[in-house]
Write a new protein. Structure first.
Length: 330
């Protein structure tokens, strides 16, 4: 522990070098034009120039034009980096023009123009360019991400992103390549398109090679035209019911699909649906006559019809089936 005389000596040395210490429980070692303000206590600046310390139990290791106003915070180098608004336990490793503005326990490792805000804890930007992290315990990498989330350290919003990879080009063109949510799902944004232009990479996931919806509909017959049906399991399907509430062998399917931000969307008119009849011995009349057909009556509202026959001479018949929706969303 420094003696009072040693602190006074360091204070005099700092003044000689053009630096200013307002309180004797702080220290500046080397550098030029660094300032420890009278709001600061038990803090230090070691080297660099034009750094400004307002913090308590805080540290600036060097660099230039860095500012710390937090408690138990550290900026170890770089230029124009800022820990503001009395943030607790924040850390900026280096880089340029990085800012932690509000959340506690936040970290920016380096990079340029990165910002952590919001009221979450433990938010991290390891490095990158123009990144924004805004939600609790969120990690963002890459460049110019599209920020997402409002979770705080005391209130979690289901579906907020824990991990984001940015791939934007500048502040007005922000975009994400990949996201992982706090309830466990991941989201990709790359549409690969036709194989005539872009090869499909084995093992890769794209927007256009994922399954948007599927369902297993099971019908149990109690006689010709009578019985009951139910969705055994599904993904992305709100309901499957008989057309008009009672049409034999004809079913209205309603999808439940949203954008990554949670906004309801509609499927395109070139929606592709595959239907396979299931012969499990409980359907009316056994094997189906003809082939199931999909009628895109109104795909723009996420509703379409499945008819369990199409061949000449066949009657509509209630029947179990599996359906898969593979169309891209706009």
């Amino acid at each position: 522990m420094f003696s009072t005389n040693h602190l006074n000596f360091v204070a005099r040395l700092a003044l000689i070098m053009g630096s200013i210490i307002q309180e004797t429980d702080n220290v500046i070692v080397g550098g030029s034009s660094n300032t420890i303000e009278d709001d600061a206590s038990f803090s230090g600046i070691v080297g660099g120039s034009t750094n400004d310390m307002f913090g308590v139990y805080s540290f600036i290791g060097g660099g230039t034009t860095n500012t710390c106003t937090g408690t138990a915070c550290a900026i170890t180098g770089g230029d124009n980096n800022n820990i503001l608004n009395n943030v607790s336990d924040g850390f900026i490793g280096g880089g340029s023009t990085n800012t932690i503005s509000t959340p506690d326990f936040a970290t920016i490792g380096g990079g340029n123009g990165n910002t952590i805000s919001g009221t979450g804890w433990g938010t991290t930007i390891p490095g990158g360019i123009g990144l924004q992290a805004v939600s609790n315990a969120q990690t963002v990498i890459g460049l110019f991400n599209d920020p997402q989330g409002t979770s705080t350290h005391s209130s979690t919003v289901t579906g907020d992103r824990l991990f984001i990879v940015g791939m934007g080009t500048d502040d007005t063109h922000r975009k994400n390549a990949f996201e992982v949510s706090n309830n466990g799902h991941s989201i990709v944004y790359h549409t690969n398109g036709t194989g005539a232009v872009s090869a499909n990479i084995v093992g890769a996931t794209y927007v256009d090679n994922t399954l948007n919806a599927w369902a297993h509909w099971k019908w149990t017959s109690t006689g010709v035209g009578t019985g009951s049906g139910t969705v055994i399991s599904d993904h992305g399907v709100t309901s499957i019911v008989r057309v008009g509430g009672g049409a034999i062998g004809r079913y209205t399917v309603t999808l439940n699909i949203t954008t990554p931000s949670g906004t309801s969307i509609t499927m395109p008119t070139d929606l592709c649906v595959t239907v396979t009849a299931c012969n499990d011995g409980t359907e009316e009349g056994g094997f189906i006559c003809g082939t199931p057909v999909v009628v895109l009556a109104n795909p723009v509202t996420n509703v379409f019809e499945i008819d369990m026959t199409v061949a000449s001479g066949c009657s509509f018949r209630d029947h179990s089936f599996m359906m898969h929706v593979t169309g891209r969303y706009p």
